[in-house]
Design a protein around this ligand. Structure first.
Ligand code: 13P
Length: 229
């Protein structure tokens, strides 16, 4: 019997969506979802549109796996992040065009736009390059992700964290959009960078407004229109 069927399907759907949304292409990238005692991760080198729930690999935090497919070459990144970050359940790694264009120059994304705050700080850092699939790459990624939900990987791509696949995908689209806007803005020189206290104000406003959560859960946020009645 296949365990964690819903999470396995969510991993596959998330991968198909990241290619459809233009934040990844082909067999690049990988995606994981936390489960009891470990996580599920995409198999290495397999086309997303050919994946069935049984192809998704189950791995424990001890690095042992269950399944017929071999796990993603980046399983260490997924293990180390999910172990270190109890605040997230999903790790998405992709090679988006614009974010990677910055990352090949070792450039992160500064606070040229207030939406940078969505990733948890006043910049989106770029981790130094290390060979794909190595512990060194995972170590660099963990440092770049300190206090953040996203980072770029030098000469490689992007990592985004989320609570659930939908949140990770939404943030991946935002980060790729920011990278695209930043690269376009640079046609006129380096854009103005918002100071840390403004990004802190934006982050606090997003928190108070429950920005990104469209459903009224009855706990009316401050600083918005009020529901009638
Ligand atoms: P896998 O197919 O092994 O997941 O590798 C893809 C990738 O993007 C490596 O960084």
């Amino acid at each position: 019997m296949t365990t964690n069927l819903a999470e396995r399907q969510a991993v596959i759907d998330g991968c198909l969506a990241m290619n459809r949304l233009g934040v990844n292409q082909g067999m690049s990238g990988n995606l994981s979802h936390r489960i009891e005692g470990g996580f599920l991760v995409t198999p290495t080198s397999m086309a997303y549109d050919a994946m069935e729930p049984d192809d998704i690999v189950e791995i424990g935090f001890d690095g042992t796996y269950l399944g017929t497919r071999r796990p993603s070459s980046e399983w260490r990144i997924h293990r180390d992040i999910l172990r270190a970050r109890p605040d997230v359940s999903v790790v998405l790694h992709a090679h988006p065009i614009f974010a990677t264009a910055l990352a090949v120059h070792g450039r992160g994304i500064p606070a040229f736009h207030y939406m940078v705050a969505l990733a948890g700080g006043d910049s989106i850092r770029c981790a130094p390059y290390a060979t794909f699939g190595t512990q060194a790459l995972s170590d660099h990624a963990l440092v770049a992700l300190e206090g953040r939900l996203a980072c770029l990987l030098g000469n490689h791509g992007m990592i985004v964290l989320g609570n659930g696949v939908a949140a990770a995908l939404a943030l991946a689209v935002e980060v790729e959009t920011l990278a695209r806007q930043y690269l376009h803005a640079q046609q006129f020189g380096e854009p103005a960078i918002l100071p840390p206290d403004e990004i802190a104000r934006v982050a606090e406003k997003m928190r108070r407004m429950k920005y990104g959560r469209p459903v009224d859960d009855g706990d009316a946020p401050e600083d918005t229109a009020r529901p009638r009645g």
